[in-house]
Design a protein around this ligand. Structure first.
Ligand code: OXD
Ligand code: MN
Length: 592
């Protein structure tokens, strides 16, 4: 009797897909090939399988229906930028901010590592669609993986299965992604992109950002490459709709580096004072944007779920996220409580008297180490979000009125200012700096240049990327206004100068009002800033005009240092840096 599984046997009818899957199966030698269709029945089967294999723990289904728990290998908890490569014929095409490898040699090395890597395992074939079906920006990818955890996460993060097969039809234009866990050894970890072939090979990791190939690898690194070729932008940006009490909706995209609050901002609930205002989430991490026929910049969220940082998420910082992750969620590397629920530092519940930490060790409040890894995550479907914008499902997307760039900066950068024009705005994005976070392996808290929050994600030469941003303007009769924000500025005694979280609505309101032509501003050397009378400070206890002035102050000494740091990046990019960026720098120096 054949033990053929009831699920996973429906191979694609697309000959390009079949040939490639056959070749990869010959290489990796799995015991079986499982073709995912994305159905609910398949989902139930896969969760049961993952639990049986010990990859997932089924959480308390009364308290957390549809939720599961996973621990990754403790050497594998964040993106690894040093193992991430852009493999192009010319090193210059990858540029000085990426690790580069010659494609032929790198492919040969990776395929040698992948040879026989799935013996005794299952090769899952995941068809997935990035973007709403029928969108002019949507793209199909196929990920081949031997990780059932990846399959179940991709199910949440993308439109997976039949919907992607239908979108692709018989076309050969799809992203080819191969992922093998190998033995999760950091010395054999490679996240490699071959943009000229629309291909990704990821080996030796099981961490989301390295292995959910639709996200950083396709939607950003390959996406940015395709965007330059095809005249659009793939950006590390949230997208939100801001609805005023009159029902007017203004759409905003915002680039903040990893783990700097994009998810919280995208799901913001306006404080009581803003009765009648409402924020709608279109996306929390990635925006694909193209000039529309009407001369405006139109954006879609290519993803279908949120892969958010758990620590610090609670009913005060992000009530919509708490509702979103109350069901159908996979929790990774948080702490596991004896009652089959989860906990992390900054959870609404007090620390449990005992639990199991992210590494599987017993943990009590007396323990020295954290119970949850600082980069522990939740993977949740966007349709769980009470603030999900209906436009998140629209193929056309939304017209963007404002683009916000923001870093995590304890000094120098004021709370908010507006660029004088598009080129100046591109310069603000290009010179962004931010303190590093736990989302990437390495030191935390050091300021590094992170242009447009894309340093780890731009799949080609960063200088040409700035040029592309300048070029996109030619197709925009009505370009978005560009702003810079910094929620994280501190006083000399280490206090945050701005309350942040829901109160960011005040900054957002000024931004929206500027776009709608109904808020004033004062010109400064940096850009347009709100005066106290332009900015809603009502009902914000303990925060008055003097506080706003402090949060907005320009310290010339700090700006001297800032300009030197900007120079370091510009020197690295010099060969392809648009002259406009150098002129903008000179203009800023003369204004200061
Ligand atoms: C993410 C990241 O996971 O930016 O979104 O690291
Ligand atoms: Mn991100």
């Amino acid at each position: 009797m054949s033990s053929r599984p009831a699920f996973g046997s429906q191979a694609s009818s697309n000959p390009h897909v079949r040939d490639w899957v056959r070749a990869m199966a010959e290489l990796t030698q799995p015991d079986q090939v499982f073709w995912c269709d994305g159905s609910e029945a398949e989902r139930d089967h896969l969760y049961a399988q993952a639990v049986a294999e010990g990859v997932l723990v089924r959480l308390n289904q009364e308290k957390l229906p549809g939720c599961y728990y996973h621990r990754s290998n403790s050497n594998d908890v964040a993106r690894v930028e040093q193992c991430t490569f852009i493999c192009t014929e010319q090193e210059e095409d990858a540029g000085p901010t990426n690790n580069w490898a010659e494609p032929k040699a790198m492919r040969a090395k990776l395929l040698a590592l992948a040879r026989g890597a799935m013996v005794g395992r299952t090769l899952y074939v995941i068809p997935y669609l990035m973007g709403p079906p029928g969108s002019p920006l949507a793209k199909v990818g196929y990920e081949l993986t031997d990780s059932i955890y990846v399959v179940l996460n991709m199910r949440i993060m993308t439109r997976m299965g039949e919907i992607a097969r239908l979108e692709l039809g018989d076309s050969e234009h799809f992203n080819r992604g191969l992922h093998c866990l190998l033995d999760v050894d950091p010395t054999r970890r490679y996240i490699c992109h071959f943009p000229q072939d629309n291909e990704i090979i990821s080996l030796g990791s099981g961490y989301g950002g390295n292995v959910l190939l639709g996200k950083k690898c396709l939607a950003l690194r390959i996406g940015s490459w395709l965007g330059r070729k095809e005249g659009w932008l793939a950006e590390h940006m949230l997208i939100m709709g801001v609805e005023s009490p009159t029902g007017e909706r203004t759409y905003v995209a915002a680039a903040f580096p990893s783990a700097c609050g994009k998810t919280n901002f995208a799901m913001l609930i306006p404080p009581e004072h803003f009765a009648g205002w409402k924020i709608w989430t279109v996306g929390d991490d990635i925006a694909w944007m193209r000039p529309g026929p009407d001369g405006r910049l139109w954006a879609i969220n290519p993803e279908a779920g949120y892969f958010g940082v758990a620590p610090g998420t609670n009913g005060k910082t992000n009530p919509n996220a708490i509702a979103t992750i109350s069901r159908d969620t996979i929790f990774t590397n948080v702490a596991l409580k004896p009652d089959g629920t989860v906990w992390w530092e900054g959870h609404d519940d007090p620390a449990p008297s005992e639990c199991t930490d992210w590494q599987g060790n017993p943990w009590t409040p007396e323990s020295k180490d954290k119970a949850a890894h600082p980069n522990s995550r939740f993977t949740a479907p966007m349709t769980n979000n009470p603030a999900l914008a209906r436009e998140a499902l629209s193929p056309e997307g939304v017209p963007i009125s404002a683009i916000i760039f923001g870093g995590r900066r304890a000094t120098t950068l004021p709370l908010v200012y507006q660029a004088f024009n598009w080129v100046h705005g591109v310069y603000l994005g290009a010179t962004m700096g931010s303190e590093t976070t736990a989302a990437a392996a390495g030191a935390v808290g050091q300021v590094r240049r992170d242009p447009m929050a894309m340093l780890p994600f731009c799949g080609y030469n960063m200088g040409r990327y700035f040029r592309h941003w300048l070029d996109v303007r030619r197709n925009l009769d009505n370009p978005p206004q560009i702003f810079q924000v910094n929620w994280f500025r501190k006083s000399s005694d280490g206090r945050y100068l701005w309350p942040g979280f829901g109160e960011n609505m005040r900054v957002l309101k000024w931004i929206v009002d500027r776009c709608q032509g109904r808020a004033g501003a004062r010109e400064t050397p940096l850009g347009w800033v709100p005066r106290a009378r332009d900015f809603d400070l009502e009902g914000l206890p303990g925060f008055g005009e003097a506080n706003l002035d402090e949060a907005q102050s320009i310290n010339i000494e700090e700006w001297r240092r800032e300009l030197l740091l900007q120079d370091e990046l510009f020197m690295r990019l010099y060969r392809h840096l648009p002259k406009e960026m150098i002129f903008q720098r000179e203009l800023l120096v003369s204004r200061l």
